[in-house]
Design a protein around this ligand. Structure first.
Ligand code: PEP
Ligand code: MG
Length: 609
């Protein structure tokens, strides 16, 4: 339909669904360059604007070069010399001016087109040296774009209604600022299934494909993309035949993307075992989706976005109180578990200085940060406790590794509870306190930790990461991120038995809950409270209603006998496939392990088209 050649890019489908839309390419600062048309009588002025921006960029680079020469010596400053030469290249400038004149387009657009062309040319070379020079070219041309347009914030109202965001990375905080009515999907080169961006995409029902290789240079804003989150691929300039072949799926997804109908009765297995399904949320507006999917509470409210949306300063106690109270009121009579601030490696926040840590996932984060920045923690605790006047709330402490941490956090909570007693009444003292079990030390010393708290939440995403020493956001080790690793299954078994022995409620909060194969396994291991992204609740409810606890327990017992994740995966896919009617194929990749050399990679290598 566009006359351009169709190209298929493979990636990891981290959020299901299929959508057609127009690419909106963001740079690392989440800026976008759009094409606007320039009236004929203003073309000369537009070319002048380009020349002025080139002169300004040249001046800035001269200043930088002089500084570099002074500080590190003449030899090092040659890098900037190469950048300057680019700005002196008359043929390049003529190419940009030519685009402005011929396409009657804005200068920023002309620079971006030239940048895309050069980047493509360099990346097509076999020579590693030239491939690495791409970032130099980008930095010069990005400077030029910046000088042309300044860092203007994106104006969503000017964008089309069917945007597919294309970026290297996409900070989850950016979700708070985008117009979700216009965004149909995410196509990223970075990320991973358990990155917060992926989790949030699933929760919002936004199809997403991540870890797409060599994709960004080929795409220009406005290009037509077919994004298939089920198959994990993105098709640039889809052919009419391709579009014809997916038309029904596109329509079906549009219908399915409508919020699921309330489920009416409570969830139970076929043999009558009650199962509680809760929602994991992070945006306040997700409460609507949680309600519509008949979640029995918010099992995990990730509070980070409240902080991340205000670069540099924390939300006030009052701001937080407003959000937590709204959640408690809306979810009533069900509880809302607010997890205290868990800033991690992927979502650095400028409000506190946690930079300069060479290994941030193991650094000052989660409860460790809260105990160091007590004023931040105290304000959040006060807001959660005060929200108990509006409905049921719970506190969940993240990244707990020791009893000392729990005791120190409880001391703060109890002190604030005492101070609030007069104003808020006894409800504040009764707010249940739980911990995330997501660090191996917590699993190993769970007996002692469980004694300290009212309930347990299992963070399977982090537990897999820390147990297996596999960075959950690093595509290079994605094949080692194995939820079915025997160590993980034994850890889960241990958690279930300690919780049962102490009669403590335990909830699975990681992404494993949202996968039907894992959900049956978890159920069979004794986990009857599962919290997951809102969009998966209806599906998991259906799966649970189809199985009996007896069959799930038998499957779980046998699954624990295998020595490798691969054997367990094969067994589970076959056995769960026998007891449920839903199509398990969209979940195979996650069960088997991405690109693990098992079924997933065989499927990935199969010819397409
Ligand atoms: C987890 O670690 O599994 C979890 C639920 O928390 P998060 O994904 O926010 O780290
Ligand atoms: Mg976690």
């Amino acid at each position: 339909m566009t006359g351009k050649r169709e190209t298929v890019f493979r990636g990891n489908g981290v959020s299901p669904g299929i959508v057609l839309g127009q690419a909106l390419k963001l740079d690392s600062q989440h800026r976008v360059v759009l094409r606007t048309s320039v009236p004929a009588h203003l073309i000369d002025e537009e070319v002048n604007r380009l020349e002025t921006a080139i002169a300004a960029s040249r001046e800035q680079l001269e200043t930088l070069k002089a500084r570099l020469e002074k500080e590190v010596g003449f030899e090092q400053s040659y890098i900037l010399e190469a950048n300057l030469l680019m700005l002196d290249d008359r043929s390049l400038i003529a190419e940009m001016a030519g685009i402005v004149r011929q396409e009657q387009a804005n200068a920023e657009w002309a620079v971006r087109c030239v940048e895309d062309r050069i980047r493509r040319a360099y990346l097509s070379l076999d020579d590693q040296y030239f491939r690495e020079r791409v970032s130099d070219i980008e930095s010069v041309l990005e400077r030029l774009i910046l000088n042309l347009s300044g860092a203007k914030p994106l104006r969503w109202e000017t964008l089309p209604q069917d945007v597919i965001i294309v970026a290297q990375a996409f900070n989850p905080a950016f979700f708070a600022t985008i117009d979700l009515e216009r965004v149909r999907g995410l196509a990223l080169e970075g990320g991973g299934r358990t990155s917060h961006t992926a989790i949030l995409a699933r929760s919002l029902g936004l199809p997403a494909v991540m870890e797409i290789r060599d994709f960004i240079p080929e795409v220009t804003t406005g290009d037509t993309l077919l994004l298939d989150g089920d198959e994990g691929r993105v098709i640039l300039h889809p052919s009419p035949e391709r579009l014809g072949s997916v038309r029904i799926r596109l329509e079906e997804f549009l219908v399915m993307a409508q919020p699921p109908a309330p489920a009416g009765t409570a969830t139970a297995t076929r043999d009558g075992v009650r199962v509680v399904l809760k929602a994991n949320t992070e945006l306040p507006l997700e409460v609507l989706v949680a309600q519509r999917s008949a979640a029995e509470g918010i099992g995990l409210f990730r509070s980070e976005l409240l902080f991340l949306k205000n670069a540099g300063h924390a939300p006030t106690m009052e701001d937080q109180l407003e959000t937590y109270s709204m959640l408690a009121r809306e979810m009533s009579p069900h509880p809302v578990a607010v997890r205290t601030l868990d800033l991690g490696a992927e979502n650095g926040w400028s409000g506190v200085d946690i930079s300069g840590q060479s290994n941030p996932s193991m650094g000052l984060r989660g409860i460790r940060l809260s105990l160091v920045k007590e004023e931040l923690f105290a304000a959040q605790v006060e807001a959660i406790l005060r929200a108990s006047c509006s409905g049921k709330v719970e506190i969940v402490l993240p990244m707990i590794a020791s009893v000392e941490e729990v005791r120190a956090a409880k001391a703060v909570i109890e002190r604030i509870g005492r101070e609030l007693l007069d104003a808020c009444g006894p409800a504040v003292a009764a707010v249940p306190i739980g911990v995330m079990v997501e660090v191996p030390a917590a699993v190993i010393s769970l007996e002692a930790l469980a004694h300290e708290v009212d309930f347990l939440c299992v963070g399977t995403n982090d537990l897999i990461q820390y147990l297996l020493a596999v960075d959950r956001g690093n595509p290079k080790v994605a094949h080692l991120f194995q939820p079915l690793h025997p160590a993980m299954l034994r850890s889960l078994g241990r958690i279930a038995s300690v919780a049962a022995a102490q009669n403590k409620p335990v909830r699975i909060c990681g992404e494993m809950s949202a996968n039907p194969v894992f959900a049956v396994l978890l159920l069979g291991m004794g986990f009857t409270e599962l919290s997951m992204n809102c969009m998966s609740i209806a599906h998991i409810r259906k799966v649970i209603r189809e199985v009996t606890m007896t069959s799930a327990a038998e499957i779980a017992r046998r699954a624990l006998e295998f020595q490798t994740a691969g054997e367990t995966a094969e067994f589970l896919l076959a056995e769960v496939g026998r007891v449920v009617t839903c199509d398990l194929s969209p979940y195979v990749r996650e069960v088997v392990g991405v690109d693990s050399g098992g079924m997933a990679s065989q499927a990935a290598n199969a010819p397409i088209r």
